[in-house]
Design a protein around this ligand. Sequence first.
Ligand code: ZN
Ligand code: ZN
Length: 367
Amino acid sequence: MKNLVYYLDKPMGSFTPTEEEIGEPGPGEIRLRTLRTSVCQSDVVIYTQGLPRIRSWPAVILHEASCRVDAVGPGVTKFSPGDLVALGCDIPCGDPDCIYCGDHGTGDWTSCPNTQATGHEFPGFARMYSILPDWFVRLGPIVKFGPGTSADQACHLEPLACNLEGMTRVGNCVENRVVVLIGAGSQSCYALQSSLALGARKVILVNRGQERLGRVLEDFGNEKVVGLRWEGDIVGRVLAECRPFNEPHFIMVNASAEPAYRLATSLMGSGTVLDAHAGVKGAQGKPRIAHEIDLNRDIHYRLQCYQATHGSSMRGIALAAAMIAGGRLPLLGRMTGLSERFTHQRLGDALRRAGDRDSLKVIVDWS
Ligand SMILES: [Zn+2]
Ligand SMILES: [Zn+2]
């Protein structure tokens, strides 16, 4: 049968729709019909400047997807035609004996030296149909949703999973506590919704630009949420909002810039957990951002915790799936306004829109 695949020829290039033959799924395989793809900031980076992880061009990008199971191969029992599924980006390496990704591995796929991801080393979902290999179907990250979840909601699975990995890697720092989010992009927007769902006492959102900050506060804020423009004595203003505590309990860096790390480390107090969620990368590579910590006074006696997460494993995927299916993030749909919805014929426009300063989540409709 015929498939429609969009190849991006090169960074800053164009998407060429190509008609290709696609076969029936083999033993253990499933064929998916793409329903929605949402656009990640990493897709915008690939689109505008490329990424060393994309080893050959033209490339099939986009990794945030919800799909309908279209056909299943012999031996597949987990999925049936008609199932709504969503996928993660970090995937097993495909070696069944791998100590990270294999049948008896730890599940820490991103630690595998042969780590791979959809829309990167493995083709993404800028295509109407795809066939997943048996190891992908067996080991994940693929989740089935019931009739209560829409294709729009399901395509938030991957970015939400990445967010929840960061928010839950260390326990006891969100529920009934003060959370500081640096940046007001989509990851902070997920973090804000998740913090409230997880029972945070207060969420302080810090952002340089008013446009996005205002949008997030208006659409997702409530009496527990405070937004601060990043100007003046921002450290003093954040700490004032933390009262009666002397410091925040959890800080998530969701802005890819050195000043975000400077601000985060200035806010570290007693018992604060910092999640270095957004890495900093430029044309010159990854800059060194140095910060001195006293392992005795800061880490041992003041119980500070510096951690990071990027990507997601099956753990984050399962957490995100439960939150979406359980209706615990009822405002997810507000992340995509009318100007952030595109049909697959307008992939380039979708990628450009996702790069705008005021956009949160661009969704591409393949139905
Ligand atoms: Zn993503
Ligand atoms: Zn592996």
